[in-house]
Design a protein around this ligand. Structure first.
Ligand code: ATP
Length: 309
């Protein structure tokens, strides 16, 4: 029995790891097709977070079509343990940075480093395990709420799921549903609101417990009130542990308190610094800030609310 069960356990753990990294990619891709041409070298090592999770893009050039570069010789550093925001006009390549970090595409030039290890030299599994993402729109699977939260970590127990749901402030909502954690959601189940979906995504993220966290316009679909509540929640979760967290954002008011703000434009970093430094510099960021402060945000929220109900 012993001889048989060891290889079976081994196969089981490989299966779970494979499934986990596929799920991570599915989440990121919003269930689109996965690029299968990316391979790791036979010498690939496990990623080691020796400096606490510093991310560095060194002279990175990339285009989905090589003759149409999206990023041109881009240099940026996301310091370990800091809260960093990436802002810039729509289509400038913010989500692309995240896809490249996950190694879903090969860059054409330069290098991407996590704690000084080039990501092409580490195993894909250790790389993707280190990064947790709350995407723009959280895909829900036609399954129970418990199952949907457990997608963050297939090994999690029912208690782990509940603990994560409590921290993401969705537990009480779930308890109020007719079948609690057994309630079916997704297209063929109950539809939950945008805010609830985002909390579900945060609880998935907590279960994954990754050292590098990405929020890809995670709260952009929410009204200001729900967005503020969720951001406060995320901030209090981030305070517990020193983790590198990156917020891709449109609304500057949600990220102005970041340790560092990186402004992308035309495929490069136009400027970077704290909110105060960037306002003083009077460049791209300060123009964006002034334009957004002048726009009737409340009106837009009211329109969205009435469209939702
Ligand atoms: P937004 O703020 O609107 O979300 P973004 O800054 O995150 O935009 P990306 O999604 O990174 O921008 O896209 C950058 C550019 O690459 C855009 O011009 C987009 O049309 C293009 N692009 C994105 N994905 C692909 C793809 N799979 N194939 C080809 N082009 C793509």
């Amino acid at each position: 029995v012993f001889q048989l069960s060891v290889p079976l356990n081994f196969l089981g753990s490989i299966y779970r790891e494979l499934r986990q990294s596929l799920l991570d990619m599915e989440t990121l891709f919003n269930l689109q097709k996965v690029n299968v041409s990316i391979k790791e070298p036979p010498t690939a090592k496990q990623l080691q977070l020796t400096k606490g999770g510093e991310i560095r893009f060194d002279n990175v050039t990339f285009g989905y079509h090589p003759d149409r570069p999206i990023l041109r010789n881009l240099n940026m550093t996301i310091p370990a343990g800091q809260k960093v925001a990436i802002v810039g006009p729509s289509g400038c390549g913010k989500s692309t940075l995240l896809r490249l970090l996950f190694r879903l595409y090969e860059i054409q030039d330069g290098g991407i480093f996590i704690d000084d290890q080039e990501i092409r030299t580490v195993t894909l599994q250790s790389l993707r395990k280190a990064i947790g993402v709350v995407p723009q729109d959280t895909p829900l699977f036609n399954n129970t709420i418990e199952h949907n939260i457990r997608y963050g970590n297939l090994e999690a127990s029912a208690e782990d799921v509940e603990r994560a749901a409590k921290r993401a402030r969705i537990h009480e909502i779930v308890e109020g549903l007719p079948a609690g954690y057994g309630t079916m959601v997704g297209e063929r189940g109950m539809m939950i609101s945008g805010g609830e979906k985002q909390r579900l995504a945060v609880s998935r993220l907590l279960l994954k417990d990754a050292p590098l966290l990405f929020f890809d316009e995670a709260t952009s679909a929410l009204d200001t009130h729900t967005e503020q509540a969720l951001l406060q929640n995320i901030n209090s979760i981030l305070k517990d542990k020193s983790r590198t967290s990156v917020f891709v954002a449109h609304r500057l008011r949600t990220i102005y308190d970041s340790d560092k703000i990186i402004v992308l434009k035309d495929g490069c970093v136009a400027e970077s610094g704290t909110h105060t430094q960037l306002l003083e510099a009077g460049g791209v960021y300060s123009d964006l800030w002034n334009a957004q402060e002048a726009s009737p945000d409340d009106l837009r929220d009211a329109e969205r609310d009435s469209a939702e109900h």
